[in-house]
Design a protein around this ligand. Sequence first.
Ligand SMILES: Nc1ncnc2c1ncn2[C@@H]1O[C@H](COP(=O)(O)OP(=O)(O)OP(=O)(O)O)[C@@H](O)[C@H]1O
Ligand SMILES: [Mg+2]
Length: 304
Amino acid sequence: MLIQGRVRSDVTLTKLPILYRRFTGTKTRGRTVMETTASKLAVQNLRKSFRSQRSEGSIQVFEGISFEVHPSEFISLVGPSGCGKTTFLRILDGLIPHDDGEILLDGKTVIKPGPDKGFVFQDSSLLPWRTVMDNIILGLELQGVDKREARKKAERYIALVGLAGFEHHYPHELSGGMQQRVNLARALIVDPQVLLMDEPFASLDAQTREIMQAELLKMWNQTKKTVIFVTHQIEEAIYLSDRVVVFSARPARIREIVKVAIPRPRSLSVKRSKEFLDLADHVWGIIQEEVLKSMGREREEGVW
Ligand SMILES: Nc1ncnc2c1ncn2[C@@H]1O[C@H](COP(=O)(O)OP(=O)(O)OP(=O)(O)O)[C@@H](O)[C@H]1O
Ligand SMILES: [Mg+2]
């Protein structure tokens, strides 16, 4: 939780004295920011634009993005195509800069990529000349960990993602789902504080995708990582998450943060429950409005 000058609406006055005891002061860009140990990740008033390739101006991607993620929370991010979800994840990872605002991971400003953040991309992005084992230990090798020690550690993660027996296979010998499991193990082995996942199951067929969702929940349950998961599939977002952050059309703002109060562990059959379908309808309604808005804007701008 960030307190910058004013008290955020999610802090009730009665709770304040207790929270203040846990505050630590951090100096960020000349301002003193007070945060509690309660949030793993805090995003405050984030703004991003890109310089336009074709004109003098710039594309405003998002603005005023603020929310907090609790330790071990599973957050999904949904929104119309092009609203800035990937850009947002890349900024969280420290891969690209933002224009304004703050990102704090465990109270420290995020500046660059590092082992405290694991990134899982849509494509498996495995090195084709390395085996499953050698792809998984890549991050540890880059950290200077001894290869024998790295391989020993990798065995646990290979078992965790269900790939025991495939250690010496090459990426081309694996199915799409298996490749994404390798990707996941590769991100997890460096023991990141937060796992950033950008549509990791988008290229999988429907059945494999469902299996991977259930497997991901099992792994999350065992590792208790804090996860930010980007997806276009509303059912996937609800099934996996504690909360779903819904972005508006570009320039994106947060339209709503939807809490998913469905008890865990969740079986795949929960997707047919009324509670689940009502939530999906609700999120779908917001996205539909936003997609229509951006289509209208594009038509006005003569894009189509
Ligand atoms: N490097 C870049 N330079 C200029 N513009 C960019 C760059 N990266 C992204 N954009 C623009 O920023 C906007 C947001 O892109 P982004 O890829 O973050 O959207 P997204 O929500 O992930 O889309 P999708 O759902 O289709 O994956 C788009 O208009 C895109 O054209
Ligand atoms: Mg994207």
